[in-house]
Structure formats: C-alpha cells, structure tokens
Ligand binder design. Sequence first.
Ligand code: NAP
Length: 342
Amino acid sequence: MVYVPSETRYDEMDYRHCGNSGLKLPAISLGLWHNFGGDTGHDLKRKICQTAFDNGITHFDLANNYGPPAGSAEEAFGEILRTDFAGYRDEMVIATKAGYMMWDGPYGEWSSRKYLISSCDQSLKRLGLDYVDIFYSHRYDPDTPLEETMGALDQIVRSGKALYAGISSYNSERTREAVAILKDLGTPCIIHQPSYNMINRWVERDGLKDTLKDLGVGSIAFTPLAQGMLTNKYLKGTPASSRAAQGKSLDPGFLNERAIANIQKLNEIAAARGQTLAQMALAWVLRDGGITTALIGASKPEQVVDCVGALKNQDFTAEELAEIDIYANEEDINLWALSSET
Ligand SMILES: NC(=O)c1ccc[n+]([C@@H]2O[C@H](COP(=O)([O-])OP(=O)(O)OC[C@H]3O[C@@H](n4cnc5c(N)ncnc54)[C@H](OP(=O)(O)O)[C@@H]3O)[C@@H](O)[C@H]2O)c1
C-alpha cells in the first residue's frame, strides 16, 4: 500500500523554536534507539514512523550505533525515507550522532575529528541522504580537546553534511565551553540532548535548563518516560513484550518495590488529571518551557498516539506539581551519568 500522510498532520502539534535558532521542532519527537534494529519487522517500523508523521512528529532522532546491529536503525529509516517518506524529506528534521562504540580499533568511538567525520559519512550512506539536519557529539570525551570535537562539528556543518550542530549529555560547564568554541568558529550549537524525566532529574541539579536558556540553546529531553517506567505497563508485573523483559537497556532491577510504589502514586495523579501516566510524564518534562521537545521511543504505533495526547493537557496547578514532587524521587537509572559527570 502506498503511504499517503494525513492531511491534518499539522493541526494539533505544537512547534517550538529550538533555542534562538530559526528551526522549529515538534513538542514530541521520535527516537529510533530501540525497535528499529534487525530484531523488529520492517512493517512495524514503517507503521511507527507513519503514525508519528501523521500526528505532526516531524523530528526523527538516530545515532550511528542504534540497532542491533549498530547501524541497522539508520538503514531501516533510510529505507522508509526512500519509500513511504519519499517526497517529504523537506518536511522532516533528521538527526544523527557519533560518540559511542561503532567500529573496531582506535578510531571507532569517542570524539576525535577522525571518528566524527568518518562516522557522519557512514551515517549519510546508511540513511541514503546528502545531509542530516542535526549532527551531535553523542557524549563528552575527556581525552580529546573540546576544540577538536567542536572543530569537527563545525567542519561537518560547513561541508554541508549537516545543517546544525548539537551536543548530548554534556554538563553545564562543558556546555558553556562547547557553545563558546562553536560560536567562535561561526557555527552555533542550537541544541542539547540530555536525559531527563520525573525520576532522573540531574538536569535540575546541574542547572542545565538555566544554562541553555542563558545561552539561547534549545533542548530535547531523551528517555522522558524513563524507558517505559513512567507508564502504567509495569504496575502489575513485567509484560513479556516490554523492554525490561528483553534484556535491553532497561535493567529489571530498576523496577524495585520503592520505584513501583512511587510510580503507582504518579499514575493516580495522572488519572485525576484525565491523562495516562505517559502523557503526564511528557507534559511534566515540557512544563516550564525549559525543554523544547520530549524525545520518546515507541514499540507500537498506539504508544505514539497516546504520547502525542499529552499535549492536550500541559498545564499543572502548583498543588499538582507539589504532589508529583513527593513521588518523583530520583532513581539510580541514569545510564549516561558518566558523560555529564566528567
Ligand atoms: N543521546 C543519548 O545518549 C540518548 C540515549 C538514549 C536515548 N536517546 C534517544 O531518546 C529516544 C527515546 O529513548 P527511549 O526509547 O528510552 O524513551 P522513552 O520514551 O523514555 O521510552 C520508550 C519506551 O516507553 C514505552 N512507551 C512509550 N510510549 C508509551 C505509552 N504511551 N504507553 C506505554 N508505554 C509506552 C515503550 O516501551 P516498550 O518497548 O516496553 O513497549 C517504549 O519503547 C531514543 O530512541 C533515542 O533517540 C538518546
């Protein structure tokens, strides 16, 4: 069947300027970290992407290593771009990144110029694109001068392989340094991608939202649902189809009694607001304008629809926020802490 996007796809979504840049991003974006590798059928991947686009999600987030195997998510999305999304490239913002282990030997990870530029070339081939819209340094590399990493991002943008530069999981101090270097080079850093959700609040402790506001840099919060913990799916055990049951990045140990008891309470607050917990978790991440867009993942098209429904109720009373704070306790789930602690 030929895919024809919904004519009403732009009616309900909010589009927000990414920091001081001219680029607008949808309030909800879709990431292809899980469920886009060789372990998932192509039809399901197509349906998730189609549902996202039909609901106004114009921003798709990838990385060189998404799969498994690494690279296969970019290949799958490249196939979708050539088929279903042919003709819609200019309605989309496509991002990719490099920083984590991608290929053997000394040049296949971290943040040298050698690695970032080769990786960007490989990503473009897998995606079948001449350029991506955003290219990120995926993590801070303590053993490479920041000037070299930012110089590589500048070169990638200047050579037309990316339109904008971004950084991920950098703390406030490193962010200020990186943004200043890019500014001097004449290529602004327009976006920061941190992990952030009700039970992973390092961004607040670090002051990153204020830093980004001060610098005029936009932000895209990844794992806004804590990999699925901030939904109702684990309240009655671990479903076989869930990420926690699949030996992936969601350690079943994260779903301890204390965390589940708090999530149950958050679920009750969401119900009183007339929302699913997933919807409340997304509205919460977006609540004060400090985050440009919430970057979700999905294993089913229905999850995308549910998540976009968050935008129907984004307002919180002071009482609701105070009650959420009682149960939104930080859990030890930040797998990316090493980058932001360096
Ligand atoms: N920059 C970085 O270092 C970095 C790191 C990690 C992720 N990311 C980006 O962030 C994206 C999102 O990460 P994530 O997938 O962990 O985000 P997430 O939105 O916190 O979790 C997604 C998972 O939550 C569940 N879910 C989603 N919507 C639901 C709903 N409405 N109801 C019930 N369950 C729902 C699904 O779990 P099930 O699969 O169990 O159904 C889904 O796979 C990634 O794809 C990637 O693009 C970036």
